[in-house]
Structures are given as C-alpha cells and as structure tokens.
Design a protein around this ligand. Structure first.
Ligand SMILES: Nc1ncnc2c1ncn2[C@@H]1O[C@H](COP(=O)(O)OP(=O)(O)O)[C@@H](O)[C@H]1O
Ligand SMILES: [Mg+2]
Length: 366
C-alpha cells in the first residue's frame, strides 16, 4: 500500500507541494531587484513552504529566521549570527566579529559543525543586533545580495515595541541584502508596512498570497487519489467544497479521506463527510475551549456565519441571527479577524477553520 500522499501542519515540498508557479516566478523576480518584499496571508496559506522552495531553488545565499522563536533582542542577534556561521567560513567571520561592540560566546560542536552562540544572555542591548545585521551587509555584494527572510515578522512587537524603529534605521542603508518580511496577522503586518506613521511605511513590495486556485488544487487531489478510488473527480470536488480550497484544511481533509478509503475499507459514498466529522470529533476539546473564550456577540456572529452565506453585515443576516447593529457586527468581525478566527478576502468574511464552523453547526443542531 502506498503511503498517504497528503501532508499538513509543517512546511511542504516535493510531491506534497502543488502549483504556485506564478508566485514562484514573481517572487523570484522581485528578489533579483533592488526592492524588499513583504508577503502577507492568513495563517497556513503556504507562505513558509513557498519561500523555502524559492530560496532552495535560487542558488543564492540566504538566511531564514522564524521570529516566533526569538525571545529577546540579544537572542535575535544570536539566531541570525548562528545562521551566518552556516553559510560562511569561520575564518572569514572571525575578523569581522573582532570589531563587534559585544563579543559573543561561540561554541562549536566538533562533530556536527553546528555552533551555539550567545551575547550575554538576557541582555536587551541593541548593539549586537545592529552589529550582526551590518555584518550581513558586509558579507553581501551589490551584484550578489544575501536574502534575509524574517518570517512571522509581527512578532517583533512581542520582543520590543521599539524594535521596529531601530530595525528600519539599520536596514534602510543596506544595499547588499534583499529583505523579505512575512506575516500572518494580516492587520498587524499592514499596520507595520502601510500606516503612514510607521517606520516601515511603503518599505517594499506588498505581496498578498492567496489560496491555491481551486482548479489546480483539484488536479493535485485527483492525481493523488488515483488507484484509491474510482471516483477521484467527485471526491476531490467534495473535499474542496468543505475546505474552501484552503491549502492547509484541504490537505488535512484529503489526508483523512485517503486514510478512510485505503485502510478502513470505507465505502465511497459519504466518505468525505465522514472524514470531516472525524476531524471535527478529534478537535472537540480545542473547539470547546475556543468557544468558551468568546463573548455573546462573537458567538452570535460565528453561529450565523457557520450556517449562512449572507454577509454578516447585511440586514438579512443581522435580523436572522439577532446580532444587533451593523457597527456592532463590524467591530466583532475586526476582533475575530485579529484572533485569526475570521478571515476576510475579496469574497467577504468567512470562518477560517471550516471544521470549527462545522463543529458549531453540529453542536447547535442537536
Ligand atoms: N503549495 C502547496 N501545495 C500543497 N499544500 C500546501 C501548499 N502550501 C501550503 N500547503 C498546505 O498548507 C500547510 C501550511 O503551509 P505553511 O507553508 O506552513 O503556511 P504558512 O507559512 O502560511 O502558515 C502545509 O502544511 C500544507 O498542508
Ligand atoms: Mg509559516
């Protein structure tokens, strides 16, 4: 029996990765320009997978850092420096590091060649970060720029609210680096790069990453269901109907459907619904906890959205679900967007997690 060809939760590559041809060529081209890049999308749309694929294919020198892992200003500097050690010879770095204002402790693992780096732990001094960023600039060349990717960039605010200003002042004079800022919290990333009084206002090309087009995703699903079911077409279609072609949720549901078809001898009719119910059941605890963090208006709006395709701001919707004034619904939606529970796209507002939406419906149906 073949292994399950679907994968969700972590970065995907190779056979698990589909489409994004246009995005790959556009982003690759931007990275060859003099401009910095800001990639935004809701969580789990595939930003990290996409940039990692582009970086690997670029043949360029790059540094990738997920800001969610960074604890303090000193840790930020140490994490960057650690990655510099992976792409440049120790001997070359030694001369530069000698001139740092704070000399880091560097411990080399003689077996793996990995380095452990720290700048007096706990220190909130900004000098190391500045020195490390300027080191990257010195190591790059105008015609062979180093790509620096800061993923989940909105987390800089958690480290230190003043950090954004400092970063801008250092980064703006760099000529030998292409910076890529990526973020999931759409409103916060827009705040950083689109608000006039933000230090990063219009700092680079803003690139919103969309979902994978349904037709393309469908081909990927059909291909991977071959040999497992005789009805790849309608199974794929039903999966996309439930997942809304969301990259993560589509893979999650396809994974479960594949399991049911191949191992459990499930018959094909209803298999997609059955798989979706299975996923909902497995998250019952999380969903219940999540639900209990909400206030009454949040609940009313979400319950309505789980049942109706009408815009939550419309009169029809507000009447049917008793949510109150449009302004109340509007501020509720903004709050739910900030929490990542609601997403807004060109088609309107929708609940991010189709299984949470299904859970709400199931719970209320009784
Ligand atoms: N190009 C793709 N092809 C197929 N599945 C994808 C693709 N991009 C993302 N996914 C699915 O979405 C999940 C989340 O992707 P990830 O790159 O971690 O998103 P993000 O960084 O935006 O949160 C992956 O584990 C995978 O299941
Ligand atoms: Mg990511």
């Amino acid at each position: 029996m073949r292994d399950n060809p679907f994968k969700f939760g972590t970065v995907v590559d190779g056979i698990y990765f589909t489409d994004r041809e246009e995005e790959v060529s556009e982003i690759t081209s931007y990275l060859k320009s003099e401009n910095h890049l800001i990639i935004i999308s809701p969580r789990r749309f595939g930003k990290t997978s996409l940039i990692r694929k582009i970086l690997a294919a670029s043949g360029r020198r790059f540094i990738y850092l997920d800001m969610q892992l960074v604890l303090t200003e000193g840790d930020f500097a140490a994490q960057l420096l650690k990655r510099i050690y992976r792409i440049f010879p120790v001997q070359k770095l030694k001369n530069y590091i000698k001139s740092f204002r704070i000399i880091p402790t560097v411990i080399m693992n003689p077996v793996t060649g990995d380095v452990e780096i720290s700048f007096s732990p706990g220190s909130r001094d900004l000098a190391p970060l500045e020195d490390v960023l300027n080191l990257i600039e010195k190591l790059g060349k105008a015609e062979d720029k180093i790509i620096v990717v800061l993923d989940e960039f909105q987390d800089v605010f958690r480290i230190n609210t003043g950090l954004v200003r400092m970063l801008r002042s250092v980064i703006q004079v760099h000529k030998n680096i292409n910076y890529v800022f990526m973020g999931s919290s759409e409103s916060m990333i827009r705040e950083i790069f689109e608000k006039k009084d933000s230090p990063f206002y219009r700092f680079g090309i803003l690139y919103p990453l969309g979902k994978i087009p349904e037709a393309k995703f469908r081909l990927f699903l059909e291909y991977n269901f071959q040999g497992i079911t005789g009805d790849t077409g309608s199974i794929s279609e039903n999966i996309l109907k439930i997942s809304g072609a969301h990259p993560y949720y589509t893979q999650q549901l396809a994974f479960m459907v594949w399991e049911l078809l191949s191992h459990k001898g499930q018959t094909e009719e209803m298999v997609v619904d059955f798989a979706a119910d299975e996923i909902v059941r497995s998250h019952d605890n999380d969903f219940e906890l999540l639900w209990n963090t909400l206030n009454r208006t949040d609940m009313l709006v979400l319950a309505g959205m789980s049942e109706s395709n009408a815009s939550p701001l419309s009169e029809e919707f507000r009447k049917q679900f008793g949510t109150g004034a449009a302004s109340t619904v509007y501020s509720t939606l903004q709050r739910l967007i900030k929490k990542g529970m609601v997403v807004r796209d060109a088609a309107g507002y929708f609940i991010d997690d189709p299984f949470f939406s299904r859970w709400i419906r199931m719970r209320r149906r009784v």
